[in-house]
Design a protein around this ligand. Structure first.
Ligand code: CS2
Length: 480
């Protein structure tokens, strides 16, 4: 790559009002841009202190650029770039936990937002409860002043604010989990209760945890993306993000003293109850995304766009939506489900977005319940079909077995990867592999795992996958 100079800040730096935990690509492509739009149109001290809970990558990339970066919106025919300057500081929590707690305890901070992914909540996906035996939680209970988990930092900072007589901040979860605000409250209050029940009560009553539905397809940035941007802009920006033009943010309007950026300037919708929007998005979008990730990967497709360019996969998604997903979603006000799903297929077909099936396949044990299993449970209760969903789940089972259809190893990234691989390997035939995986109660609650219709559907889908391969199995179900 030619020697281009680094991107530098040309806009003024806003004063901090938000601490954000988890400044990965999605946050930079989403919450940060909404916040910039809000400041541009309504002003306000809403600069963002970005905090990485694990790696130093964000700081190493953003630090030399004074927090600014480029967002590249990739439409099917053409792109649009914008420089984002709302990040005013970047901290790496393990390097200096005190600095993070101090930043969060500063009364100027009115919101702590989160994009920490499902596993960052340290919860049991099948029950929605904090895992008290999770290593980070065990650590945070023993050393509350030197936390590791997001919940640990929130509890430590809220404890300080309470002790100094300051107002709490609003905790704003922006992860793809149903009732994400309720889950955030559950884990934070449970952790606080382990040390101090008065603090836990104060958090439970005084801290708002609004739920949100977030949506923008944002693949991980690659070196090729950085090079392409440098070739057109003549500056180097390793912190750049690529995303689709579409974005949707639905937020429960529940903030401490109603203090928040005017995110509606960028089109955010404020509603009293966000649950229907979340269920629609998680089941319609993330459900088919995961289905395409496992089945597409097994069929040899590298990206979502490549998968749905195959008409068998596009038809499979359409059938899933029409027959199995839409009937299990109640339509939120202002949406039309068939139109919403037709638009999803167009979004997936955007070939400028190289969203890897392998990336979406990550952390399936944390994603399956809210993306696929809830829909299955509702369909079973209403005697509706589950064949397509069963094929998606069987695809996940094949994938986590760790060997692809040509005998190559799959790099399975999942907090339960070892458990899943062992469960699969311990089964000597397809049905015992499926049975072993269904026994993993962190993923499958017993009602669903013991349901004979479900068991039979997943077993026959798994056999179909083994016999025909993913592409033909998808085609067979799509054509039925
Ligand atoms: C994807 C999501 O990686 C994944 O699991 O399904 O990140 C998806 O792209 C976003 O939720 C879209 O809003």
């Amino acid at each position: 790559m030619p020697d281009h100079p680094r991107l530098t800040r040309s806009m003024t730096k806003p004063k901090p009002g938000i601490v954000h935990l988890g400044p990965g690509a999605f946050f930079k492509a989403f919450g940060a841009i909404y916040t910039q739009d809000a400041i541009e149109s309504h002003g306000g001290d809403w600069g963002i202190v970005a905090v990485s809970l694990r790696s130093a990558t964000a700081r190493d990339q953003l630090g030399p650029q004074d927090g600014v970066y480029t967002s590249v919106s990739l439409g099917p025919s053409g792109s649009d770039t914008k420089v984002v300057g709302v990040i005013c500081d970047v901290l790496v929590a393990p390097e200096n936990p005190d600095a993070v707690i101090m930043a969060m305890a500063d009364p100027a901070i009115r919101i702590v937002s989160l994009t920490i992914t499902e596993k960052g909540y340290c919860y049991e996906p099948s029950t929605g409860k904090l895992k008290m035996d999770h290593p980070d939680i065990v650590h945070d209970i023993a050393k509350p002043g030197n936390p590791r988990s997001a919940a640990g930092y929130i509890v430590a900072a809220l404890a300080q604010r309470r002790a100094t007589g300051n107002k709490p901040f609003t905790v704003l979860s922006c992860d793809n989990i149903p009732a994400n605000g309720k889950l955030a409250r559950e884990i934070v209050v449970s952790l606080a209760r382990a040390a101090d029940s008065d603090l836990a009560d104060w958090i439970a009553t005084d801290v708002p945890f609004p739920s949100t539905m977030v949506d923008r397809i944002t693949p991980a940035t690659t070196e090729a993306d950085v090079e392409r941007l440098a070739a057109s802009t003549r500056y180097l920006d390793p912190a750049c993000v690529q995303h689709e033009p579409f974005r949707q943010w639905v937020i429960e309007d529940d903030f401490v003293d109603a203090e928040r950026p005017r995110w509606e300037a960028g089109g955010a919708q404020f509603v009293a109850d966000v649950e229907k929007h979340e269920a629609m998005k998680l089941r319609c979008l993330n459900g088919t995304h995961s289905a395409l990730a496992y089945l597409g990967y097994l069929a040899g497709y590298e990206t979502i766009a490549e998968s749905v360019a195959d008409t068998a996969f596009a038809k499979f998604c359409q059938k899933l939506w029409a027959e199995e997903i839409i009937p299990a979603v109640s339509q939120p006000e202002g949406e039309d489900l068939p139109t919403y799903c037709a638009a999803l297929l167009e979004r997936y077909q955007n070939a400028s977005i190289r969203h890897r099936t392998w990336q979406i396949a990550m952390d399936g044990s944390q994603k399956l319940p809210q993306r696929l299993l809830g829909t299955v449970a509702d369909n079973l209760a209403a005697s509706r079909p589950i064949q397509g969903l069963a094929l998606a789940i069987a695809g996940w089972m094949r994938y986590v077995g760790g060997v692809d259809e040509s005998g190559q190893a799959i790099d399975v990234r999942d907090p339960l990867a070892a458990v899943l691989r062992e469960a699969s390997a311990a089964g000597l035939d397809p049905s015992s592999k499926v049975a072993n995986l269904l026994d993993i109660d962190a993923v499958f609650d017993t009602t669903i795992a013991q349901n004979p219709v479900f068991r039979e559907a997943v077993m026959s889908a798994y056999e179909l996958l083994c016999k025909k391969g993913s592409r033909s199995a998808v085609e067979a179900i799509a054509d039925e």
